[in-house]
Write a protein that binds this ligand. Structure first.
Ligand code: ITT
Length: 183
């Protein structure tokens, strides 16, 4: 089967295509720019965005909202991750963490799927920590500074690892199960 993924981020599409291919699902990119609502909830943002995407394409479609939540910054940048990266860059985020002993963080993703009649949401979380300096050149966004729990390389240094345990992969796996069970 084929499903539309509405996003402005090509990297997300590539990761989704790779994760869903073994499940027999082909991901098709719907280029979609949208002014997201402001909220502390990825799910609320994703649910609102998928309504707009469905209005545009009138076909079953999913969106995914994601972010990096840093413990010692009380969850910042969280749902403001894209904005914070644009304003501060990785170096600015690292400066905020200077001298902070707690560098724990987690990536979260929330998929919202509109099947033509209802919207369902699927979440994924990946725990880890923030590196001292950026390392690696694969992936996108915060990948050079995120080290998943139990490993020493950043996502940008080991994209194979990222594709097996990322927040996005976990949310996509949950999403794919909904097709198998037919719910
Ligand atoms: P959409 O059009 O799908 O909204 P976006 O890139 O604006 O694409 P979000 O609004 O979900 O995506 O913002 C999430 C930001 O969090 C994204 O721009 C990255 O900076 C960061 N991010 C999310 N997932 C990431 C990942 O897997 N690796 C690195 N950074 C990530």
């Amino acid at each position: 089967m084929e499903i539309l993924f509405a996003t402005s981020n090509k990297n997300k599409v590539q990761e989704a295509a790779e994760a869903l291919k073994p499940k027999g699902i082909t991901v098709k990119h719907l280029l979609f720019g949208h002014n997201e609502i402001r909220s502390d909830s990825l799910e609320d943002i994703a649910r609102e965005a998928v309504q707009a995407a469905y209005k545009k394409c009138k076909k079953p479609v999913f969106v995914e909202d994601s972010g990096l939540f840093i413990g010692s910054l009380n969850g910042f940048p969280g749902t403001y991750s894209a904005w914070a990266l644009g304003k501060l860059g990785l170096s600015g985020i690292l400066r905020l963490l200077q001298d902070m002993p707690d560098r724990s963080a987690r990536f979260e993703a929330c998929i919202a799927y509109h099947d033509g009649s209802k919207v369902s949401a699927f979440e994924g979380v990946c725990k880890g920590s923030i590196a001292i300096e950026p390392r690696g050149s694969s992936g996108f966004g915060y990948d050079p500074i995120f080290v998943p729990e139990g490993y020493s390389q950043t996502f940008a240094e080991n994209i194979t690892l990222k594709n097996k345990l990322s927040h996005r992969y976990i949310s996509l796996l949950e999403f794919s199960k909904s097709f198998v069970s037919g719910s």
